[in-house]
Design a protein around this ligand. Structure first.
Ligand SMILES: Nc1ncnc2c1ncn2[C@@H]1O[C@H](COP(=O)(O)OP(=O)(O)O)[C@@H](O)[C@H]1O
Ligand SMILES: Cc1ncc(COP(=O)(O)OP(=O)(O)O)c(N)n1
Length: 274
């Protein structure tokens, strides 16, 4: 059998299974991508929020990275929660030797409102890691944090995408509109063209892990050699299906359904999102 496309996630955990490493691996698997994972922090969280966090020692982080990279191919990788500057320095040094597209989900705050990264780390992420990315995927508040500009309109979202590419040095920026009013519209800017991806807003509170799932899908498609804007278009379809078929599980914001796309294929339900 031929060897599969391989994708790596470097992120924190979610024992409730909706976000973090767990969401990433489920997404990779659904998209026929061999999934690998390096854990940064163990997070005691569920659909209602974060209870406590334990950061792994730095040597364990670098040894996990080395274990994967010295033995298996990495066709694309993503980062999620990287809690402090020391971890980011280890990851930055490792990235210098990896020739694969880097998808950054600039995780800062969970849907529950709990912070997942400290203040110094936000600055380091912006100045040292964003310039290494193929694509960075902020939601509205993360894009505001990265650019220092308030975002109230769709024009503001597009300006933020341009600033993240031209001023901060990202390869591309995808500004996610899940927290805006009206349709769920995201904007992708790749340094040349602006693309928009729009869907109807699904009436649900069960959106825990949407950002992780979306960026993991982009990573999976890039690992398959898909072009960036096609990878985003297909990932938008994947995450929308996951939200449409999300689960009423837990007492807070329930998780998305990583096999939602299969439900739609079975019922013949398919929409064009771009
Ligand atoms: N209620 C919803 N209906 C449809 N799409 C949504 C909804 N909420 C979020 N999305 C989409 O989910 C993806 C994740 O976006 P967002 O929620 O903004 O990110 P994050 O999970 O990082 O906060 C985006 O494509 C966004 O447009
Ligand atoms: C370990 C970990 N990483 C990231 C998040 C945030 O995930 P996200 O996909 O942005 O979804 P919400 O949790 O904000 O809905 C997390 N909770 N845990």
């Amino acid at each position: 059998m031929k060897s599969p496309n391989c994708a790596l996630t470097i992120a924190g955990t979610d024992p409730s299974g909706g976000a973090g490493i767990q969401a990433d691996l489920k997404t990779f698997q659904e998209l026929k991508t061999y999934g690998m994972s390096v854990i940064t922090s163990v997070v005691a969280q569920n659909t209602t929020g974060v209870k406590s966090v334990h950061h792994l020692p730095l040597n364990m982080l670098s040894e996990q990275l080395e274990a994967v990279e010295s033995d298996l191919p990495i066709h694309a990788f993503k980062t999620g929660m990287m809690a402090d500057v020391e971890m980011m320095k280890v990851i930055k040094e490792w990235i210098q030797n990896v020739k694969a597209p880097f998808v950054m989900d600039p995780v800062m705050i969970a849907t529950s409102g709990d912070p997942l990264i400290n203040e110094d780390a936000r600055i380091y992420l912006r100045e040292e890691l964003v310039p290494l990315t193929a694509i960075v995927t902020p939601n509205i508040s993360e894009a505001e944090d990265l650019t220092g500009d308030k975002i109230s309109t769709h024009e503001d979202m597009k300006e933020a995408a341009k600033k993240i590419v031209h001023t901060l040095g990202a390869g591309a920026a995808l500004i996610k509109g899940g927290h805006m009013q009206g349709q769920a519209i995201d904007y992708l800017y790749d340094g040349k063209a602006m693309y928009s991806f729009a869907t109807e807003r699904i009436d649900t509170k069960n959106t825990h892990g949407t950002g992780c799932t979306y960026s993991a899908a982009i990573t999976a498609y890039l690992s398959q050699g898909e072009e960036l804007h096609k990878a985003v278009e297909k990932s938008k379809h994947f995450v929308t299906s996951a939200i449409r078929h999300s689960f009423e599980l837990g007492k807070g914001n329930g998780p998305t359904n990583h096999w939602g796309i299969r439900e739609e294929e079975l019922t013949g339900e398919f929409r064009n999102y771009s």
